[in-house]
Design a protein around this ligand. Sequence first.
Ligand code: TZP
Ligand code: MG
Length: 204
Amino acid sequence: MRLDLSLYLVTDPELCVRHGLVETVVAAVRGGVTIVQLRDKQASDDELIDQARRLKAALAGSGVPLIINDRLAVAVASGADGLHIGQDDGDVAAARAELGEGAILGLSVQNHDQLARLDPDALDYLGLGPVFATSTKRNHATPLGFDGLASLVAASPLPAVAIGGLKAEHARRVRATGAKGPAVVSGICGQPDPEAAARAFFED
Ligand code: TZP
Ligand code: MG
């Protein structure tokens, strides 16, 4: 599936409840989201597989890929389009070997050391952040700000999204760093109208 990182939605089980997970994602895609990551640290693998299958069905025909956070086994079992892992979520090469060449594989990167160590041939994109402090992710790294983000993007061998505390009003500055787009949880999922909230990221 085509990789378009213009607006990357990351789901959250608490923030996406107002309209339900599937309806929130479908609305956000109507608003222009180009890629979706299913992220839930608490759910069991079986629960996540079920959610992923329902999301895949809802996204059918949209061209919008579904990425699974952290769990390789869930990505494989659910027929999702890819996997996103952090620095401590296992081996990139092993994930690529199991997922195959056609899958989308992303990695979170917080600093230049991590950037220097990664294997770009095994990956499709990077998630850089956090740009700002956020309560959505526990124990996140020191925020980069736009200057730190720009410095990482400039050194990145792969297309990148930026994440962490990003709202529609930041979209222009994110893209000005060379990042392909913002990755967003609360700025879309937690909003009364996720479709309008997503659309606003293109109107900045
Ligand atoms: N990784 C770095 S910050 C973050 C993740 C998953 C959470 C971003 O959430 P929000 O609500 O868009 O600040
Ligand atoms: Mg992770």
